[in-house]
Design a protein around this ligand. Structure first.
Ligand SMILES: [Zn+2]
Ligand SMILES: [Zn+2]
Length: 886
C-alpha cells in the first residue's frame, strides 16, 4: 500500500495551499442558519482594511481559529464572522499618500471623487490582510465577509444614530475637544498620545485694574492668553481678599478680566492664580461653564490665529507663541521663564501636537449606556478573562465621559443630519429628507462630518449578522460566545460594543471576553520598527510553515503573561511537527487496510497504557481550551505525542509490529496504534490544522476531511473506560525500571550496544509480579541479556545500583567495564577539573576583585565555581563507586 506512505520529510507549503483550497471549496468553514446542533459564534476583531498581518493579529486569530476548529470537532455549528474595518483616518491617510504619489490631493479631487478613489484603493489592496489571515489557516466563514462601510452595515449605523438622537442620547454641542490641525479632525481622548517634553513655563503678570502690581500666572502655552476670559483663585486664598483685586487687565489685549473664585484652583501651586481660557483648555472650559464665562477662540481649526487674536491674527500658533513672549517681555509683563518638563498630547496618527479646541461636535451620552454595560459584567452575563481586566473595565466605565463621535474627515459614515438653510433646524433622518420638518424649506445641507470609526465597529457583533432586520443568523448566533482581543482596544472597542449591544439587542454581545497578552521579542521588549526587533509572521510562516508557528503561539500563550517570540522557538516546534510526521510515517508503514476494533481483554500493557494516556491528554486539552488556557492544551498534547507516544509506546511495540510475537498480537496492537494516531490527529488539529489533515488523508479508514471528525472521539471503544489507572501504574513501574538502568548506562559510560545483566530485588509481591509479567518490554527497551527478579537479599558483587520506590536495581558490571581503565579515566577528569577550579577559587578570595568587579561578573564567576564543583563531585562519586567494586 505505497499510496498510504508519507513522504520522507514534511513540506508545509505545498500541503498548506492544497488543503486550504480544499476546505474552502468543500464549504467546511460555513455556518448553518438552520443547523440543529449547538451554536457557537465568534466575530473577528476586524483588522483595518489598510492592515498588514503583524504578530498581534497572528496570536489573536490563531486563538480564535483554535476555538472554532475545536468547537466544530465537538459537533457544534460554528460561525466565525470575518470582515474588515474601514478605519477612517488611517485609510484616508494611506490614500492621501497614494494620491500624492500621483501628483494630486483630495482637495483637488473634491469629496466625491476622493471617496471613489478610496473605494478603488480598497478594491485593489483591501484584501491583502484577508489573504494573510488565510495563510495563517483562519477558518472564517468567508462567504459572509463584511466591511464596516458596506451597505448593510451603513444602514445599521444610520439606524443607530437616528434612534440614539431621538432618545436624546446623541446631541450636538459646543465642546472642548482634542484637535489635530494636520488631520483637521477632532480626536477622542484615547486617540491622543501623551509624551513628556522639555518645554517652558512662562510667568506672566496681569496688572490689577487700578494699574498696581497684579497677579502672576504661569502657562506653558502663552499664546492662549489672548483668549483668556478670567483669572481664577481659590475662595480660601487670603492673598486675594482685599478690595481692588476683583479684576485684572489682560496684557497685550487690554481687556478687563474678572478674578473669579473656584475651588478647583490649587492654592499651593505658584501664586495660586490661574489664567482661564475656556476655548483652549478642557479644565478651563469646565470652570468657564460653572461661572458663565465667555469663550474666545484664538487658535483656528487650521492652527492659525483667528481674528480674535488681535494683532497676532493670521500667525501660526507656534510663531505666535514666540511673538507673544517677545511682546510681553518688551512691555514688562514677562516675570520669568523656567524650563519645564510637561506632558503634551500628540495625534496618534500623525504625531502633530494636539490643541484643545472649542468646536461644534456630535456626542453620545455615555453614562446611561455605560451603566448597563457595567451591570452586565457585575452580574456575570459577560465574563472578562483573565479577571484582572475587570477592574480596568469598571474604572474606565465609571469615569466615562461623553463620546465625541464626529470626525472632520471624508472617509467614513457621513452623519445623517441636515441643517435647514431657511430656519436653522437640524433634521436627523434615516434617508435624505426632502424638506425641513420645521418650516418645510427645501434647502437642506447635510453635515459634512463623518462618524468615528469605532462608532460602526461598536455595532459589529449584530450589524454583521444583518441587524436591523431580524435575521435567522442573529437568532442563532447572537450573543456570540467569546470575543478574543488584546487589552489595547478594551476601551476603544470592547466597552463600546457592550454599550451598543445591550442597548440595541437587549442582550450582551458576547458571553466571554478573553483578553490576551502581547507578543514581544525574545528579550521581552516590545516589537517596534525603530528598534528593528519586529518579527514578521509571514516570514516565519514562509520559513517554518504555518503549523509550527501556530503551535509556538499557542504553547507560549499563558494567561496574563506576554509571549517572548523568537525564531528559535518556532524552530523548536517545527521539530515537533516533524516528530509527529515521522511517527505517523512509521505507523503508516505498518498499518494496512485492516484495523479491527479494540478488544479490551487481550490488550498488552503498553496498549492499555497508551489508550489511557491518550484519554488523559484529551481531557486535559479540552478542559484547557474551554478555559482559554491555550498553553496548557498545547503542552498536554506536546507531552503526550513526544514523551509518551513516540518515546515509549512506539519503541515498546516495535517487536510486536515486526511480527516477533505472533499475528494475533500484531493485529491487536495495530488496531490500538491506529486508534491512537487517529485520535491524536483530531486532538492536534485545532493547533496544527495542515499537517494533521495531510496525515489523516493517508490514514486508512478515514473518509473526507479531518474537519468533519468528532473530538473527543465519542464512538471509540476505549472511551467507555476513560482512564485505566492500573495499566498506568504498571507501565509506570516498567518505565521507572528501564529509566533506572538507562541512567546507570549513561553514568558509567556503557555503550548502548552492550547487553547487560540485571537483577531486581523487591519485597513487594505485586512489583515482582508486574516486572516478571513484562520482562520482555524491559529486556527490549533497556538492552538486557538477563533479567532476574527476587526478594531482598544480599547485594550482588560488582554491580551499579539504582533505587526506585519499592525496588532496587542492580546492573552487573563484571566484564562490562574495565575497572582499571575507568578508574584512570575518572582520575584524569577529576584532575583536569581541579586545575580549572584553582584560578576560579583564587579569584573569589581576592578582596580587590570582589570589591571592584560589577555584580554580574562576580555572579558569573560564582556560578562557574558551582558548576565545576558539581561536576567534580559527580565524577568523584562515580570513582568511589568503582573503587568499591574493585
Ligand atoms: Zn493628526
Ligand atoms: Zn427649516
Amino acid at each position: 500500500m505505497s499510496s498510504n506512505l508519507l513522504d520522507k520529510g514534511y513540506e508545509p507549503h505545498e500541503v498548506e495551499k492544497r488543503w486550504y483550497s480544499f476546505w474552502e471549496e468543500e464549504g467546511l468553514f460555513a455556518a448553518s442558519e438552520n443547523g440543529s446542533q449547538n451554536s457557537y459564534s465568534i466575530v473577528i476583531p476586524p483588522p483595518n482594511v489598510t492592515g498588514v498581518l503583524h504578530m498581534g493579529h497572528a496570536l489573536n486569530n490563531t486563538m480564535q481559529d483554535i476555538l472554532c476548529r475545536y468547537k466544530r470537532l465537538r459537533g457544534d455549528n460554528v460561525l466565525w464572522m470575518p470582515g474588515t474595518d474601514h478605519a477612517g483616518i488611517a485609510t484616508q491617510n494611506v490614500v492621501e499618500k497614494h494620491l500624492a504619489g500621483q501628483g494630486t490631493d483630495r482637495h483637488q479631487l473634491g469629496r466625491e471623487k476622493f471617496i471613489e478613489a478610496v473605494w478603488e484603493w480598497r478594491k485593489e489592496y483591501g484584501s491583502a490582510i484577508i489573504n494573510q489571515l488565510k495563510h495563517l489557516g483562519a477558518s472564517c466563514d468567508w462567504d459572509r465577509e463584511r466591511f464596516t462601510m458596506d451597505e448593510g452595515l451603513s444602514t445599521a449605523v444610520r439606524k443607530v444614530f437616528v434612534q440614539l438622537y431621538e432618545e436624546g442620547l446623541i446631541y450636538r454641542g459646543n465642546y472642548i475637544i482634542n484637535w489635530c490641525h494636520r488631520c483637521h479632525t477632532a480626536l477622542a481622548d484615547l486617540e491622543v498620545e501623551h509624551e513628556e517634553i522639555d518645554g517652558n513655563l512662562y510667568y506672566i503678570r496681569y496688572p490689577y485694574a487700578d494699574g498696581k502690581d497684579g497677579v502672576i500666572v504661569a502657562t506653558t502655552r502663552p499664546e492662549t492668553m489672548l483668549g483668556d476670559t478670567a483669572v481664577a483663585v481659590n475662595p480660601d486664598d487670603e492673598r486675594y481678599r482685599q478690595t481692588g483685586k476683583e479684576s485684572v487687565i489682560l496684557p497685550l489685549m487690554n481687556r478687563q478680566l474678572p478674578v473669579i473664585k473656584d475651588k478647583y484652583v490649587d492654592m499651593s501651586f505658584g501664586t495660586g492664580a490661574l489664567k482661564i481660557t475656556p476655548a483652549h483648555d478642557p479644565n478651563d472650559f469646565e470652570i468657564g461653564a460653572r461661572h458663565d464665562l465667555p469663550s474666545i477662540k484664538v487658535i483656528g481649526d487650521d492652527g492659525m490665529m483667528t481674528d480674535e487674536a488681535g494683532k497676532f491674527k493670521g500667525l501660526d500658533r507656534f510663531k505666535c507663541r514666540e511673538n507673544v513672549v517677545k511682546e510681553l517681555e518688551k512691555e514688562g509683563f514677562l516675570e520669568k521663564i523656567e524650563p519645564y518638563k510637561h506632558s503634551v498630547g500628540h495625534c496618534y496618527r500623525c504625531r502633530t501636537v494636539v490643541e484643545p479646541n472649542l468646536s461644534k461636535q456630535w456626542f453620545v451620552s455615555a453614562k446611561p449606556l455605560a451603566a448597563k454595560a457595567i451591570a452586565a459584567v457585575k452580574d456575570g452575563r459577560t465574563r472578562i478573562i483573565p479577571a484582572i481586566w475587570e477592574n480596568t473595565y469598571f474604572e474606565w466605565m465609571n469615569n466615562i465621559r461623553d463620546w465625541c463621535i464626529s470626525r472632520q474627515i471624508w472617509w467614513g459614515h457621513q452623519i445623517p443630519a441636515w441643517t435647514c438653510e431657511e430656519c436653522g433646524e437640524i433634521v436627523v433622518a434615516l434617508n435624505t429628507p426632502e424638506k425641513c420638518s420645521a418650516c418645510g424649506g427645501k434647502k437642506l445641507i447635510q453635515e459634512t462630518d463623518v462618524l468615528d470609526t469605532w462608532f460602526s465597529s461598536a455595532l459589529w457583533p449584530f450589524s454583521t449578522m444583518g441587524w436591523p432586520d431580524k435575521t435567522p443568523l442573529l437568532k442563532k448566533f447572537y450573543p456570540t460566545d467569546v470575543l478574543v482581543t488584546g487589552f489595547d482596544i478594551l476601551f476603544f472597542w470592547v466597552a463600546r460594543m457592550m454599550m451598543m449591544g445591550i442597548h440595541f439587542m437587549g442582550d450582551v454581545p458576547f458571553k466571554d471576553v478573553y483578553v490576551h497578552a502581547l507578543v514581544r521579542d525574545e528579550k521581552g521588549k516590545k516589537m517596534s520598527k525603530s528598534k528593528g526587533n519586529v518579527i514578521d509572521p509571514l516570514t516565519i510562516i514562509e520559513k517554518y510553515g504555518t503549523d509550527a508557528f501556530r503551535f509556538t503561539l499557542a504553547a507560549f500563550a499563558a494567561q496574563g503573561r506576554d509571549i517572548k517570540m523568537s525564531e528559535k522557538r518556532v524552530e523548536g516546534y517545527r521539530h515537533f511537527v516533524n516528530k509527529l510526521w515521522n511517527a505517523a510515517r512509521f505507523a503508516l508503514m505498518h498499518l494496512d487496510n485492516s484495523y479491527d476494533s479494540i478488544e479490551d481483554d487481550n490488550l498488552s500493557l503498553p496498549d492499555k497504557w497508551i489508550l489511557s494516556r491518550l484519554n488523559k491528554a484529551a481531557i486535559n486539552a479540552s478542559e484547557a481550551i474551554e478555559s482559554y488556557r491555550f498553553n496548557d492544551a498545547a503542552g498536554a498534547l506536546y507531552k503526550f505525542v513526544w514523551h509518551e507516544f513516540c518515546d515509549w509506546y512506539l519503541e515498546a511495540i516495535k517487536p510486536v509490529l515486526y511480527g516477533k510475537e505472533g499475528e494475533d498480537k500484531r493485529k491487536r496492537t495495530l488496531s490500538v496504534l491506529w486508534r491512537v494516531l487517529h485520535d491524536t490527529l483530531i486532538l492536534l488539529h485545532p493547533f496544527i490544522p495542515f499537517v494533521t489533515e495531510e496525515i489523516w488523508n493517508k490514514l486508512p479508514g478515514t473518509e473526507g476531511s479531518i474537519m468533519r471528525a468528532i473530538f473527543p472521539p465519542d464512538n471509540s471503544d476505549f472511551a467507555k473506560t476513560v482512564r485505566d489507572l492500573e495499566a498506568e501504574a504498571k507501565m509506570g513501574l516498567v518505565m521507572q525500571v528501564i529509566t533506572g538502568i538507562r541512567n546507570i548506562r549513561g553514568e558509567m559510560n556503557i555503550s548502548p550496544s552492550m547487553s547487560l545483566d540485571v537483577s531486581i530485588q523487591s519485597d513487594d509481591g505485586i512489583i515482582r509480579e508486574t516486572i516478571n509479567q513484562h520482562k520482555d518490554i524491559i529486556v527490549n527497551l533497556a538492552g538486557l541479556e538477563v533479567l532476574s527478579v527476587e526478594s531482598s537479599g544480599k547485594k550482588p558483587e560488582r554491580v551499579a545500583t539504582s533505587v526506585i520506590e519499592g525496588a532496587t536495581i542492580f546492573v552487573s558490571l563484571e566484564g562490562i567495564i574495565d575497572f582499571d581503565r575507568e578508574t584512570q579515566r575518572l582520575e584524569k577528569e577529576i584532575n583536569k577539573l581541579t586545575n580549572e577550579l584553582a584560578p576560579v577559587l583564587k579569584k573569589l578570595k581576592n578582596e580587590n576583585f570582589l570589591g571592584k568587579a560589577p555584580e554580574d561578573v562576580v555572579k558569573k564567576v560564582k556560578d562557574k565555581k558551582m558548576q565545576l564543583l558539581e561536576k567534580q563531585q559527580k565524577l568523584q562519586s562515580n570513582l568511589d563507586r568503582i573503587k568499591d567494586l574493585k
